[in-house]
Design a protein around this ligand. Sequence first.
Ligand code: ZN
Length: 97
Amino acid sequence: MDMAPYWQHLDAEIAVTPMPQDYANWRVDILCNDCNKPSRVQFHILALKCSHCRSYNTRRIKLEENQAVLDAHLTETAIQRDRTESAPSERHDDAVQ
Ligand SMILES: [Zn+2]
């Protein structure tokens, strides 16, 4: 089965669907089901393209690792925001006057 027309369709879809800035530097490791080679590509929500044979017939590997790093980053940011908002006793600007 010749998948080339389908991959070209995905190429077009991806070209008109830019990922949010938050994901611009997010790379994922994939393994190609066609050529069995791993590659590291920019994450895209629609599909991930093998950089060796241009196939989209790929699967993500080490996704959990990436996801864990991302989750940890988000949690850390949330905790810092919580601390800032819910610790009025550590604010000195009111007490000085
Ligand atoms: Zn491939």
